[in-house]
Design a protein around this ligand. Structure first.
Ligand SMILES: [Zn+2]
Length: 209
């Protein structure tokens, strides 16, 4: 918990013993009672630095560490208020983890933190080059008759997604939000294509049985 203390020096008051508690501490240092979730961003909640490309094993490690501390099973012999707080803490922890482990959700989240508001609207593209690129892959998928053919297309989509993710990191580091929006849009469309390819594989497997 000492690391968490270093991240934010704001002090609030423990709901149970009224002693001082660092704003986003999980437990009161005086009475050790669980505290309500504070209004902090997902990166701070999971104790990782705010960047686009994450060390996913570190993300997992942090998530499971906090989950072990906060899990409702640990509070079955505690007061009902502590049980409710544990559930509330786990809910926001899960939301943070689900958002940060997903490359597209993470990009959306970072855009939101950077002040972009209506992200669904800004990531709807009218870029004819991108639409053409998507349409071409879409047609390749529709024409593919075997799972192996689809796997080749999936590799291409995957390579494009990885390129988007690498470029997104640079765009966020340089705080170049226009480029970040453009790349998030590309990522969104390629992710959709990847989902399409999975459906196509199921369809082909089905008709070949
Ligand atoms: Zn206390």
């Amino acid at each position: 918990m000492n690391d968490l203390y270093k991240l934010n020096s704001d002090v609030s008051c423990c709901w149970s013993c009224k002693g001082p508690v660092i704003k986003h501490a999980l437990f009161c240092p005086t009475c050790d009672v669980i505290q309500p979730p504070s209004d902090i961003d997902h990166f701070v909640r999971l104790g990782i630095c705010r960047c686009y490309v994450l060390d996913l094993s570190e993300l997992d490690r942090q998530y499971f560490h906090f989950q072990r501390l906060l899990h409702p099973d640990k509070f079955v012999c505690h007061t009902s208020k502590e049980q409710i707080l544990s559930q509330a803490q786990v809910t926001v922890l899960n939301e943070a983890y689900e958002t940060l482990k997903n490359p597209l959700k993470r990009a959306y989240y970072l855009l939101r933190l950077s002040g972009c508001v209506d992200i669904d609207l800004i990531t709807k593209t009218t870029n004819s080059d991108l639409l053409m690129e998507i349409m071409e892959i879409h047609e390749l998928l529709n024409d593919a008759d075997t799972v192996d053919e689809i796997k080749v297309i999936e590799d291409q989509i995957n390579a494009k997604m990885i390129l988007c993710e690498t470029s997104l990191e640079k765009a966020f580091v340089k705080e170049n939000l226009d480029i970040a929006v453009e790349l998030t849009t590309r990522l969104k469309y390629f992710k959709k294509l990847f989902e399409e390819s999975s459906s196509r594989k199921i369809y082909i497997t089905g008709i070949n049985i």
